[in-house]
Design a protein around this ligand. Structure first.
Ligand SMILES: Nc1ncnc2c1ncn2[C@@H]1O[C@H](COP(=O)(O)OP(=O)(O)OP(=O)(O)O)[C@@H](O)[C@H]1O
Ligand SMILES: [Mg+2]
Length: 456
């Protein structure tokens, strides 16, 4: 149900609070009815005593105590609860916030009379909460009034995003109004690792956020130490392995991902030594060029289409800690074979990033800081799905999401595995990476995923 936002909603919490306290005072007074009656009778008989004041004092004390409890509930309860009461408090807080936003932005008109001022125009904004999915719908006026453009151009929505710590998902225009949908509790969109289901060309990241690799071909996952890059990659690799056996995993830091080389099913697909990595990149490149040749031959006969039209399987190069790789490579002595191979691998990476998408050869790069010193612009520009785990620094924000106006805030203080994601030129969204269970075993999980492919 939509609720209209009113000018007076700026005091909504206070007003409701005062009303509730008055009601409580009233209730307490009624409960003390007999007591008051006794006191009244005593007074009539000419008896006086200080203690006659005690029901009044007690009423005030009880009401105060209740008020304090209510205030505490309002501030604290919705943060870690998900039930009707928590939703009720959240709705009050958000309605008040929207009203305050309209007022602070000055999107309303007042007129003065002898007896005072009154609100002449207040934009017709209606709000609806979908607590199940953690979304808010805002209906805003596009009605020819003075502030119409501030709404239609999305200025107000940007303010709402910042104030509510929410992400705008969509805006739909209808006659005289527009409706914007915001996700205000990104954790509600979190998926669970064991429930992820990859489909042809689509990997799941969060509810409503997919990696459609046929469309947003290559991916970049950046983020500070320990923000959840590798864990996010687990969930992507797991899904990929149900789709294709052509998944190569590179991890020059020899951390969790590299341990997959001990899995017999992935033999020959996981590398952590710099020389092995450069060789793997070269092989990946050669396979890509071979496919290009075959497709070229078919196309010369007039057949058109992308790699999947020719029934080729997609291939993926998962490269974690790419920054460490470039650093290691840069320290190799000039002129050495290793250095030459490294330089070749880097230029092949650029080629794969550029040509691979048509041919179904994708890359996913994970690294801490995607600066040009460790990630050449020629590669970065081809990484079309961008994920930053944790809050990016202003510098990283410019590299990852150069066009966004969005302000980034932490999504959680105690949970890890959250960040911000952008597919192509779509809006940047907050998201929680799939939840990895506590008793998770990397090898068992990957083995199970692989078996799904062989069955399917
Ligand atoms: N999706 C998730 N589900 C559950 N826990 C997570 C998730 N993501 C991260 N964590 C927690 O955060 C820790 C760090 O995650 P991860 O190793 O993926 O970070 P990283 O960004 O790869 O760090 P580094 O830069 O050191 O490689 C994990 O050990 C885990 O406890
Ligand atoms: Mg890592």
């Amino acid at each position: 149900m939509f609720k209209t936002i009113k000018y007076s909603d700026q005091y909504l919490a206070k007003t409701l609070f005062k009303r509730t306290l008055l009601f409580i005072l009233f209730l307490v007074t009624i409960c003390f009815g007999f007591w008051y009656l006794n006191i009244f009778q005593a007074l009539m008989q000419g008896q006086y005593g200080w203690w006659y004041l005690s029901p009044i004092v007690l009423s005030i004390l009880l009401t105060g105590l209740f008020g304090w409890g209510l205030y505490w509930l309002y501030k604290r309860y919705p943060v870690n609860h998900d039930n009707k009461l928590a939703h009720y408090f959240t709705a009050i807080e958000l309605r008040q916030l929207i009203s305050l936003l309209v007022i602070s932005k000055g999107y309303f008109e007042t007129a003065s009379y002898e007896n005072g001022t009154f609100v002449k125009y207040f934009p017709k904004i209606r709000i609806k909460f979908l607590f199940k999915t953690g979304q808010v719908l805002l209906e805003e006026p596009v009605d020819g009034q003075k502030y119409m453009q501030q709404f239609s151009k999305g200025e107000f929505d940007t303010a709402v995003e910042i104030a509510l710590l929410a992400d705008k998902q969509t805006t739909e225009f209808a006659k005289n109004k527009m409706t914007s949908t915001f996700a205000f509790e990104p954790i509600k969109f979190r998926r669970k690792l064991l429930e992820l289901e990859a489909r042809k060309g689509v990997l799941q990241v969060a509810k409503g956020i997919d990696w459609k690799f046929d469309k947003f071909y290559n991916a970049l996952i950046a983020g500070n130490v320990g923000t959840g890059k590798s864990y996010t990659m687990f969930s992507i690799i797991g899904q990929l392995l149900t789709l294709t056996k052509y998944v190569d995993i590179l991890d020059p830091k020899n951390s969790d991902l590299a341990s997959l080389k001990h899995l017999p099913e992935l033999e020959g697909h996981v590398f952590s030594d710099v020389n092995d990595i450069t060789k793997c990149v070269a092989d990946y490149y050669d396979k890509m060029m071979k496919r290009a040749e075959i497709m070229e031959r078919k196309k010369s006969k007039g057949v058109i289409g992308s790699y999947f039209d020719f029934n080729f399987a997609p291939s993926f190069l998962i490269f974690d800690e790419f920054g460490a790789f470039t650093e290691m490579g840069d320290s190799l002595p000039y002129g050495s074979d290793e250095r030459t191979n490294f330089d070749l691998a880097m230029s092949k990476m650029s080629q794969i990033a550029m040509l691979g998408r048509e041919l179904g050869f994708y890359i996913l790069i994970g690294m801490q800081r995607p600066g040009t010193d460790s990630l050449p612009t020629s590669i970065r520009n081809q990484l079309n799905l961008r994920i930053n785990m944790g809050v990016p620094t202003p510098e990283v924000k410019r590299m990852m999401f150069p066009d966004t106006q969005k302000e980034f805030h932490p999504l959680s203080n105690d949970l890890k595995g959250w960040g911000f994601i952008q597919s192509g030129n779509e809006e940047v969204r907050s998201f929680f990476a799939p939840e990895i269970p506590k008793d998770f075993n990397l090898h068992d999980y990957m083995r199970e995923q692989i078996s799904k492919r062989e069955v399917g």
